[in-house]
Design a protein around this ligand. Sequence first.
Ligand code: NAD
Length: 463
Amino acid sequence: MTIGSAAVVGDALFDVVNPATGRVWAQAPDCGRDLLDEAVAAAEGAWPGWRADPEARGAALTAGAAAVREAADDLAPVLTGEQGKPLREARAEVLHAAARLEHAAGLRAEPVVITDTPEETVEVRRRPLGPVAAIAPWNFPVQLAAAKIAPALAAGNTVVLKPSPYTPLSTLLLGRVLARALPPGVLNVVSGRDPLGAWLAAHPGIRKVNFTGSVATGKHVAASAAADLKRLTLELGGNDAAIVLPDADVETVADRLFWSAFANCGQICMAVKRVYAPAERYEEVVEALAVRAARTVVAAGTDPAAQLGPVANRPQFGRVAELVSDALAHGARAAAGGRALDRAGYFFAPTVLAGVSDGVRIVDEEQFGPALPVIAYADVDEAVDRANHTRYGLCGSVWGTDLDRAEAVAERLECGTVWINRHLQMSFDEPFAGTKWSGLGVSGGPWGVHSHTEPFVLHRPRT
Ligand code: NAD
């Protein structure tokens, strides 16, 4: 663990499995309550110094970004080893994290003057909150760690970061790399098996919890935060719908649509998780996706030919297999894939399911894996209703040639981000927020900094 600027390894360790082999390949420190207390105390101790000087913060974040970029060749193999993704994607993830830190270096919670008269000025300023708990999942451990620590640190908070127990190593290494640039105690990384996450979220020294993970765990985090009125950002699951309109040029958009569902083995909160296709074009859409699924190279992330690696861990692999079996048992047809690959590790054939509809688990639930249901619809109003008929509301997309028509449909989707003829694209400057059960609070750009601060209002008379 990296507590303050020191690497701390307690006595207890836990196993980390390589999903490409299904075997243990490393161990990580299993943080207990005492070490967690130390980490939170380090974050509390570092806060007054860190919050005091925005320019020094910006410089440290810029230096941190450079250190991460330089360490990309060390970080990427660790990420591939514990998460499974192809090495070049692991490297891209590290570089993305560096870019996020660099971007945050320039972010400030600027004051806003709301009254400026001969008698007085009234100004809204923003203050950081204190030590922030950042809790991350296993699909993009490095990228999501950076997405949490960057706005928190830029706003003047300190951080205790906890990675998923499936992917602790790349985050621990990230912490060590950043410790070269950040003052002691500003960023502390703790790894461990749960209930470490619950202890951290409930810790009295923590003033805000920024959590990314499943809806079920997010609700636990919200309940424990309520007891102490901790501030909260929740980035939770999604079941994004892609609506293909009758005038879509399927062959032109098929590559983009396919990778919007299958990138990172479908393990992306805002991946396309269900496709609605017009009945008269249904077979064409299924076929275009199935052809691409069949020719995708699935291999260990260390294999340069790999386009997709294994599913990231055994429980997730089991869940994908279960949802696909359930769909097949309910009359679905595997237009591609439909089964695990017959080899060691957690490899699953990219799967396109036809003849499936709402009411089947893989349509109604978040599969978070390389299996995509395609659902036929009779008219666009029905497709919009079905897309919105869910507790989730993260993102969505509309695919068509007439952009005005596509926009009119996009406006009706109940979610935080909607794309036309694309999915998954997001800049550092835009607000990212899920509606309904997909989240609480807003991340990204100035919104991310605001959500790590609180306003206070200063009334100042002229004389
Ligand atoms: P998860 O909820 O099982 O775990 C997420 C993190 O929470 C892990 O670090 C875990 O150790 C920790 N945790 C477990 N119990 C806890 C508790 N009681 N209190 C505090 N922390 C606890 O999720 P996962 O399986 O790691 O990740 C997959 C999920 O994450 C999917 O649902 C996916 O959609 C979602 N996700 C959302 C976003 C987003 O930005 N909206 C991004 C990536 C992933």
